[in-house]
Design a binder for this molecule. Structure first.
Ligand code: MHO
Length: 213
């Protein structure tokens, strides 16, 4: 069942969004994640015509279970913010309110202390978030076609369900084994599904974009 709790949004850019969606999806308290394009001016960008937009994730989280500060820690820990990248893959935090802006700025200062060098991370106000094409949503989960089919996941689920968000996180080897076991029934998983997931988590073959990104 989809959790029915009030959520807040967080928007981050930190390189190829396939892997970023997987990392955040597995975190307890993260309810949903989707991938898309934001930060630019061009209207209705697509993957083929991104223009001045950046690959990003939009996270819906339950602030009773995970803090924005802890999402920021995951942000810094999962990319190199000092690497010069094309706009498509740049490092950026898109804040949704004043408090998020302050936390983002504090965490960026702290990151500079930790790294001993400046980061290239942009901190900007969140604007329109354009959902990426269906085939980009939960990309690494979609590669397991039979698994996905046996769970009856639709494009709508891939875009906006808790279930697909968690399954993406787990199947890519992120998240905690214990949490996966606890969520087995809520995710509608059989014992066969659990074995399949365990094997996929161990193989660790998926969950990465190509080295260039
Ligand atoms: N084509 C690259 C990056 C895809 S990404 C969503 C790859 O295969 O990893 O920008």
């Amino acid at each position: 069942q989809e959790p029915d709790v009030p959520t807040l949004k967080a928007t981050f850019s930190m390189g190829c969004f396939w892997g970023v969606e997987s990392v955040f999806g597995a975190l307890p308290g993260v309810i949903r994640v989707k991938v898309g394009y934001t930060g630019g001016i061009k209207e209705n960008p697509t993957y083929e015509s991104l223009d001045d937009h950046t690959e990003s994730v939009e996270i819906e989280f339950d602030p009773e279970r995970i803090t924005y500060a802890s999402l920021l820690e995951t942000f810094w820990a999962n990319h190199n913010p000092s690497d010069l990248k094309p706009v498509q893959y740049m490092s950026a935090i898109f804040y949704h309110d004043y408090i998020q802006m302050k936390s983002a700025e504090d965490s960026k200062l702290n990151q500079r202390r930790v790294l001993g060098e400046d980061t290239l991370t942009k901190i900007k106000r969140a604007k329109v978030f354009y959902d990426a094409e269906d085939y980009h949503q939960k990309y690494f989960l979609r590669q397991h076609a039979n698994f996905v089919q046996s769970l009856g996941l639709t494009d709508q689920d891939f875009l906006s369900s808790w279930r697909a968000t968690k399954l993406l996180g787990y199947i890519t080897g992120n998240g905690d084994e214990q949490n996966l076991k606890q969520e087995k029934d809520a995710l509608g998983l059989t014992d066969d599904h659990m074995s399949y997931l365990a094997a996929a988590r161990k193989s660790g073959k998926e969950g990465r974009c190509s080295a260039a990104k």
